[in-house]
Write a protein that binds this ligand. Structure first.
Ligand code: UT7
Length: 330
């Protein structure tokens, strides 16, 4: 029997309407457009302003449009995996809330929390259900509403992050799909990128709120160095394992955290920037949303058979690279 792969059959993004520009950030913290542009490559990011909306609303919107554009019946979806660090609630999981809001009555769901590597890890998890023949149609979502955990008085973090969502539909294929992944983790990295309170270590209290401990804490320079090293080494490893050189790769899809990280990784691996997907200028760092949002923005340029490497690095630390072969002409 020939090997079964899980191939991406469609991709869809969902973004909030509100655009937070560098100019507006200048009115909130001591920063300026020139610093943000040269140090990060970001010009604007999207922010979910509706107080009654959450990650599941962006996810359900992306899922419904994805099903429409791929002509897929809602009842045929068997599993939805949502990668996020900004779940609607601590529990239940956002995937099940998404299924409810999108009207997916035959699907079960669960969340994956691996910060900026969440979508990458979820993609391989979803793919494995299809490769084994256990399921036929799986949706993988990467979504984050970072504005809910960002301190808009902290210039070191508030200029980087944004809100956004992307979703892909996975189905079985004989000749293309997710081929291989190299994933890594190092829990000691938690000290450099985390949210201090709101978990079992430090439950929410008057004191944690007063100390502003329900926001992202990041030691940017340390994270930056680990990100460049982590992404470039795992990309090289997955290429070596599959006998690929930079020339063989049609597209690289890097996590969109900082334009300088993206170009350093591309330089180290000798990928020309024309092959490297970039949309950080418009969305900033949407954590689990960056990779599927890149695929969505570049969908019309993708061709069946394109060899693509996705790579991410994030809180945990978590990082890795996935090699896949694209399944349709965009
Ligand atoms: O996605 C998850 C993983 N996260 C990442 O990959 C993010 C990795 N880190 C980064 O992208 C960068 O480290 C940052 C964008 C967060 C910061 O850029 P940096 O070039 O590493 O800046 P820095 O922290 O080394 O700070 C340099 C200077 C400092 O001033 P002094 O001490 O040299 O006078 C900062 O206070 O820039 C200052 N600074 C700012 N100035 C204007 C820091 N943030 C700002 C700001 N506007 N927003």
């Amino acid at each position: 029997m020939s090997k079964k792969y899980a191939v991406i059959k469609g991709v869809q993004g969902a973004l909030p309407d509100y655009v937070l520009t560098n100019k507006e950030l200048e009115t909130l913290v001591d920063t300026n457009d020139e610093w943000i542009t040269t140090r990060t490559g970001i010009k604007e990011r999207r922010i979910l302003k509706d107080k009654d909306k959450a990650a599941s609303d962006l996810a359900a919107n992306a899922v419904e449009k994805l099903l429409e554009k791929t002509g897929t019946n809602k009842d045929d979806i068997e599993l939805v995996i949502v990668a996020t660090v900004t779940a609607d609630m601590v529990f239940p999981d956002t995937a099940n809330i998404t299924c409810d809001k999108a009207g997916l009555n035959n699907a079960f769901g669960f969340d994956i929390n691996a910060a900026c590597s969440g979508f990458l890890f979820a993609l391989t998890t979803g793919a494995q259900y299809i490769e084994t023949g256990r399921l036929k149609k799986v949706i993988v979502v990467g979504v984050d509403v970072m504005s809910t955990i960002i301190d808009y008085t902290d210039r070191a973090t508030c200029v980087i992050f944004g809100d956004g969502c992307g979703a892909v539909l996975l189905e079985a294929s004989e000749d293309s799909g997710v081929i291989d992944s190299v994933f890594r983790g190092d829990g000691s990295g938690r000290h450099y990128l985390h949210m201090k309170a709101g978990g079992s270590l430090k439950p929410a209290s008057k004191e944690t709120v007063e100390n502003r401990e329900h926001y992202v804490y990041q030691e940017g320079r340390t994270v930056f160095k680990h990100a460049v090293k982590g992404m470039s080494t795992t990309v090289q490893e997955v290429m070596d394992r599959n006998n690929l050189t930079a020339d063989d790769i049609d597209w690289v899809v890097p996590h969109q955290a900082n334009m300088r990280i993206i170009s350093s990784v591309a330089d180290m691996l000798r990928f020309p920037m024309e092959k490297v997907m970039q949309n950080i200028a418009h969305y900033g760092n949407t954590t689990a949303g960056t990779l599927p949002l890149c695929l969505w923005d570049y969908e019309s340029k993708l061709k069946k058979g394109d060899k693509i490497i996705l790579t991410a690095f994030g809180g945990g630390f978590t990082w890795g690279a996935t090699y896949l072969i694209w399944g349709y002409d965009g």
